[in-house]
Design a protein around this ligand. Structure first.
Ligand code: ZN
Length: 477
């Protein structure tokens, strides 16, 4: 899952306790300050005084200055500490000095410094996120529906002062709901993404992929345009040429969205999105079209952007380290940097132990396309755009070099661009081309659908470093 709760909640740590402190009553706040200023207790290595006080007073809601044994477990859990009932009882008995069945703040703080708790790492952010989820899951269904989201949105708009508080709530809720991919997810993604995006990644994306769209918007724009031309899931067979990397199959990615919409998907692509299934793959796809039906091909290389705004890098779920995306594209570029003479790369037949036919081909196709890379905004961005052009040329070759195509179909639509993998905030797509080809007695007719679907084309001269590179990208030279 792209937005699992653990990852999103890491974003919340800094602000999370502000939320717990916020609903405090006036009396409680006064008490809080007096305790905070007079506190001379030993400090736990893992909890600050204010964290301990906040946990204490979130239980001591009547400001009695003590919490009973029955509520003690909850205060500990609020700190994200998971203890068994036996451990809780032992701790409580040890620090309930007057054996009165309750402990005051000083006793509570002393207890949290007990050696028994040494090395305990509080999972406070997870606990916090779950609290927020419960708060907004009004009907206790265990999922958040659109109505419940609307309530949060309304609260954000009504009370600007509490906006930061609710931004935390939105992130937590967005994180939780995505576990069950649905329309609600898309709603939350749009409504709240500005509150939990990675600003540096966002900035880098705006520069390198200036008119990128959220994948769900892309899927809708393609469908809207094609429905007008009579494409339906029943009469259309969808094919895609995208990299084998599993990040392209994340639930909110364009590929699964389109496979779902068009009800199937023929895979033409291999590493980096190059249509390695070749002419045979294209023929097979063609032969599967419904009678009198239509073809739709989406093709794209992909590129990650990490939290620091680095293009070509991606933090993957379950991994702390950042890895390459697209690994094949970055790998091919590195080969060319260290070994510019492609001729020295052994062919598969000559060196079976280094079997790597797809990467070998990518290196060879990329080599002639790297001139001018030094003028580009960033080398991996440039490489990614070149891969788009390589894939597009191969797909167009398959189409134009297969004359029997028109015995099987009366229309083929081709949509291409760059998939942008992001760790949080949803994946994007930079559209670069969208056209339809039909055939009648006069020949093959090409109709540009780009503007109708996506609006103005992106100005890429700064990104690619020259008008020449742009013309080359669009094959206008
Ligand atoms: Zn890849």
């Amino acid at each position: 899952m792209k937005f699992n709760i653990l990852i999103i909640s890491q974003l919340l740590v800094a602000r999370s306790f502000a939320f717990l402190a916020a609903p405090a009553s006036r009396t409680q706040s006064a008490l809080y300050s007096s305790y905070a200023s007079s506190s001379t207790q030993r400090r736990s290595d893992t909890f600050s005084d204010s964290e301990l006080e906040t946990a204490f007073f979130s239980i001591d809601v009547d400001s009695k200055g003590s919490i009973p044994r029955s509520a003690f477990g909850e205060a500990i859990a609020d700190l994200g500490v998971d203890l068994s009932q036996v451990q809780l009882d032992l701790l409580f008995s040890k620090y309930d000095a007057d054996k009165g069945g309750s402990i005051d703040l000083d006793e509570f703080k002393a207890m949290m410094s007990d050696p028994v708790l040494a090395g305990v790492t509080p999972q406070r952010d997870v606990k916090f996120a779950m609290d927020l989820f419960k708060r907004y899951d009004a009907d206790n269904s265990g999922t958040i529906d659109k109505g419940e989201f609307r309530n949060i949105a309304r609260e954000i708009q009504l009370d600007a002062r509490r906006r930061s508080l609710f931004s935390v709530a939105a992130a937590a809720v967005g994180a939780t709901v995505v576990a069950d991919y649905s329309q609600e997810y898309q709603f939350s993604q749009k409504k709240f993404r500005s509150l939990y995006i990675e600003p540096k990644a966002e900035e880098a994306q705006k520069i390198a992929f200036p008119t990128a769209m959220l994948s769900s918007d892309m899927d809708e724009a393609i469908a809207r345009t094609l429905y007008k031309r009579g494409f339906t899931p029943k009469n259309t067979i969808f094919a895609h040429s995208v990299c084998s990397d599993e990040v392209n199959n994340a639930p909110e990615q364009l590929l699964p969205l389109m496979v779902k919409r068009w009800e199937e998907g023929f895979s033409l692509g291999g590493l980096a999105g190059v249509p390695f299934s070749g002419k045979s793959g294209f023929q097979a796809y063609l032969h599967h079209v419904p009678d009198g039906g239509k073809l739709l091909i989406m093709f794209a290389p992909h590129v990650g952007i990490d939290a620091a705004g680095k293009i070509g890098a991606l933090q993957r779920d379950g991994q702390v380290k950042v890895s390459s995306a697209c690994g094949a594209a970055v790998g091919a570029y590195k080969v060319l940097q260290t070994n510019p003479s492609v001729a020295s790369i052994p062919d598969v037949e000559d060196a079976p132990e280094s079997f790597d036919p797809q990467l070998e081909s990518i290196v060879k196709m990329l080599k002639p396309r790297l001139s001018g890379i030094e003028k580009a905004v960033d080398p991996i961005t440039f490489v990614t755009y070149q891969l788009y052009a390589i894939i597009r040329d191969k797909i167009c070759d398959c189409v134009s070099q297969t004359p029997e195509l028109w015995e099987y179909t009366n229309e083929i639509a081709l949509v291409g661009g760059i998939m942008i993998n992001r760790h949080v905030g949803g994946d994007f797509f930079q559209p670069l081309s969208f056209e339809s080809r039909t055939k009648d007695e006069t020949g093959v007719k090409r109709t540009d659908l780009y503007q109708d679907a996506f609006g103005q084309t992106a100005n890429l001269s700064n990104v690619l470093g020259s008008e020449d590179a742009v013309a080359c990208l669009y094959n206008k030279k």
